[in-house]
Design a protein around this ligand. Structure first.
Ligand SMILES: Nc1ncnc2c1ncn2[C@@H]1O[C@H](COP(=O)(O)OP(=O)(O)O)[C@@H](O)[C@H]1O
Ligand SMILES: [Mg+2]
Length: 357
């Protein structure tokens, strides 16, 4: 374990939401400290981290002090400005690396990257104005989805185009932001693979999970996913291909559509992923510990699944059901958010449904 962090050393985490919170908890079990950097005060991660800096992404003094106080930096939030990362990287390594972040920040770069790797994606075209949207629709047809290239999440920044007559309204929804048109993929269901790669290049993937979304937000992940043995192998191999091509260190989420002609990659997330939360109760080593191990330069752990699991997200008012859920056989994970707004992820519940099949 050359260059591996030792207990007592510190991992810096950019972003202070629930993913950062669960990373900090995992790090603490390994005797590592976390220092969270987030512009918002009192978020889910700061509460459980050894240190927290609340400062803007362009606060150079705060960024420098943060970078000097930690031994490696990782992130749970993809939209940290490039200038902030430049400043940090001059002082301390960032894992996963900048290319992984850049590729997944922009849906067009992401699609180009996947296509160049030989992986199947939805047909796509870049859209900047009405003329390029017309040309894209001409080529791709309908139904299609127009998405902002950057900053979209939980189905935000997307508009469906069922017929050419929807085009103008969809374009207006982009608010002038650069966009990408994607052909609608006829999928039977959606799955994801959570993969990890260590500093030495070793790769380990968790079993694929099957994801059900509601209103663009992940509602439930079930393992095992409905996949043939060949599809399962494909899913893991393509995740490994992405990790290796990016010289990635850490955990990565790959969202996939299952279609009659095979797996189609929807998007990748350069971080721990909501659809991997089942690993907390279905595996000896979960995605959060796996990510911490990787960025700390430790060997990856054994992520073999010991149980079948259903993970349910608690969104908005769902959290009011906690007293009732607490009386059932379920592992409860709450993020400590005070206010339950509509569409806000408040926590999740893992239910074991039997020994691993
Ligand atoms: N090209 C597509 N074809 C069919 N469904 C899609 C397509 N793109 C997105 N979707 C649906 O919308 C959901 C959210 O889109 P996604 O690109 O994953 O954005 P987000 O960043 O919000 O997760 C997907 O999980 C899928 O259900
Ligand atoms: Mg998605």
């Amino acid at each position: 374990m050359t260059d591996a962090l030792r207990p007592g050393q510190t991992i810096g985490i950019l972003g202070g939401g629930q993913l950062g919170r669960m990373l900090a908890v995992a790090a603490s079990r390994l005797g590592l400290h976390c220092h969270v950097y987030d512009p918002a005060e009192g978020g889910p991660a700061a509460e459980v981290a050894a240190r927290a800096t609340c400062a803007a992404w362009d606060d150079e003094a705060a960024l420098r002090a943060f970078a000097e106080a930690v031994d490696v930096v990782t992130y749970e939030f993809e939209n940290v400005p490039a200038e902030s990362l430049d400043l940090i990287e001059a002082i301390v390594p960032i894992r996963p690396n900048r290319r992984a972040l850049a590729v997944s920040q922009d849906r067009l770069d992401e699609k180009d990257f996947l296509r160049d790797l030989g992986l199947a994606t939805a047909p796509y075209a870049t859209v900047d104005d009405a003329a390029s949207l017309d040309a894209a629709l001409e080529r791709i047809g309908t139904p299609a989805i127009l998405k902002t290239r950057r900053f979209g999440y939980d189905g935000k920044g997307q508009a469906r185009i069922m017929a050419a007559s929807d085009a103008a309204a969809a374009l207006a929804e982009m608010n002038g932001a650069p966009a990408i048109l994607e052909g609608f993929v006829e999928f039977s269901h959606e799955v994801s693979v959570i993969g990890a790669r260590g500093t030495g290049g070793a790769v380990a993937c968790f079993d694929p999970g099957e994801n059900r979304h509601e209103g663009g937000i992940l509602r439930e992940t079930t393992v095992p996913a409905r996949l043939s043995a060949a599809q399962r192998t494909d899913a893991v191999l393509l995740a490994a291909k992405i990790l290796t091509e990016l010289d990635y260190v850490g955990v990565l989420g790959v969202e996939l559509f299952v279609t009659a002609s095979g797996l189609v990659v929807n998007e990748i997330a350069p971080r721990v992923h909501n659809s991997g939360h089942w690993t907390q109760d279905g595996c000896l080593i979960d995605q959060f510990e796996q990510h911490i191990r990787a960025v700390a330069g430790w060997p990856l752990g054994d992520g073999a699944r010991h149980s079948d699991v259903v993970m349910e997200n608690l969104i908005g008012d769902d959290v009011d059901r906690i007293p009732e859920i607490a009386g059932t056989q379920a592992a409860i994970h709450l993020y400590g958010k005070a206010e339950a707004r509509a569409g806000r992820k408040m926590g999740h519940v893992n239910r074991l449904t039997g020994p691993a099949r």
